[in-house]
Design a protein around this ligand. Sequence first.
Ligand code: 16G
Length: 244
Amino acid sequence: MANHDSPVPLYIQIKDYLRLNIQNGVFPVNTRIPSERRLAEQFGVNRLTVSKALDELAQEGLVYAQVGKGTYVAPVKIDQTLQSLTSFSQDMQRRGYMPSSRVIYAGIDPASPEVARALSIPSGAEVAVLERVRLADGQIIALEQSHILYAVCPGILANHDFSRESLYHVLRTDYRLRLTHAHQTIEAQVVTAGTYQHLEAEPGTPVLSITRVTYTEDNTPVEFVRSAYRGDRYKFVTMLQAIE
Ligand code: 16G
């Protein structure tokens, strides 16, 4: 039952109750939460109040509605935790810079054993390889070599100009891939002479080497990226939250 005398609005009380139960695992990921009608009865409120609570939880990415079936608990969103899964273009735009790219290589190649392992495909399977120098306001920030599972994006290199277009935008809009999470490692490294040349940086300058495997909603690895960010021009910022 909701506390009708509390200064906390009823829909917030319902939101808090649902959020707590989602966080505690009482309502596990991808299971249905009680119906609007049940919640309205349980809290002694009208269905509009419950519906407002559910709408807001959906906007916050905690639940999603399945038409005709009900409301389900959403998988944990990366951006609710520590970092968001952003593309270079989004990342730069958010920081107020104009992103651009120079394409160094674009081709459909057989996957090397390392790439094949990362993407869980057989060695030699086709991957679209895209190597780009990434710039912000005309300044070189990084060199990136992406390997994308070609089976999920046939024709991608022939139909797009990645010196202008965002890879994630194309994967999301043209190929309808829902890129939801990624596994990323970052380490400080001295890189090859060729990489320094592309970065137009003095050999020995600190570089952040990043590898990322990006997954779609159903956990399919679709992208394996190796990148080198100029340590003097780029830093990673992470928000940390106490575990209660
Ligand atoms: C980011 C990603 C990279 C992705 C690229 C797409 C890291 C370390 N890497 O740079 O995996 O391929 O964005 O950028 O953050 P785009 O959509 O702007 O082409």
